[in-house]
Design a protein around this ligand. Structure first.
Ligand SMILES: Cc1cn([C@H]2C[C@H](O)[C@@H](COP(=O)(O)OP(=O)(O)O[C@H]3O[C@H](C)C(=O)[C@H](O)[C@H]3O)O2)c(=O)[nH]c1=O
Length: 182
């Protein structure tokens, strides 16, 4: 696994070493030692998630409040998404800033989003299957949302049509109104 770029302080775009041959390919999708080395700290994951979305589905922006804040290591195994992280850490120089990257089955890139960031993605392919590891368990009572198109964030999702949202995401508050506590 190698660091492609730092998208925001702490938010890393990673790429595995892929071994291709006449049969197809092999790569280590997660290696604890290699991940800790590139992050510079030991990170424990407790849950794996898998979602499938159709083109235009936008999931997010979501996060869990402390003490249930989640770090997420996300990747795409079918199709393509534009994946976004937003800095919620009040003391951060990049508070309220966003960063994004194309994650796809083809580029096999992964994004590490530490606790303290909101996360979301929009589906750019006919369908996309999205897998991610989290550093804490799902805690709906600690989950909060931020509206995907808040002008205060001005996220360029790279998707020109109206996305398909869950009712929860359609009703999400703006960045300023959302409870953060980081
Ligand atoms: C996240 C989660 C959900 N669920 C159940 C709760 C609902 O009955 C159903 C769908 O949940 P939701 O609509 O919140 O799923 P997403 O919109 O994909 O939410 C995720 O979307 C963005 C991209 C994120 O970064 C978060 O990991 C997560 O919030 O799965 C669980 O049982 N466990 C879980 O960890």
């Amino acid at each position: 696994m190698q660091l492609v770029s730092t998208l925001l302080p702490g938010v890393l775009l990673l790429e595995p070493r892929v071994f291709g041959d006449e049969r197809g390919f092999f790569f280590e999708s997660f290696n604890q030692r290699a991940f800790d080395e590139v992050v510079g700290d030991h990170v424990d994951f407790v849950q794996d998630n898998h979602s499938k979305s159709r083109r235009g589905v936008l999931r997010g922006l979501h996060y869990q409040l402390p003490p249930k804040a989640q770090g997420k290591l996300v990747r795409v195994v079918e199709g393509e998404v534009f994946d976004v992280a937003v800095d919620l850490r009040r003391a951060s120089a990049t508070y309220g800033h966003w960063a994004g990257a194309l994650l796809s089955a083809a580029n096999k890139r992964q994004m590490w989003i530490p606790p303290g960031f909101a996360h979301g993605f929009v589906t750019l392919s006919e369908t996309a299957e999205f897998l991610y590891k989290t550093t804490d368990y799902y805690a709906p009572e600690h989950e909060r949302c931020i509206r995907w198109n808040d002008p205060a964030l001005a996220i360029d999702w790279g998707y020109s049509r109206e996305p398909q949202l869950s009712a929860k995401d359609a009703a999400a508050p703006g960045f300023a109104e959302a409870e953060k506590a980081f």
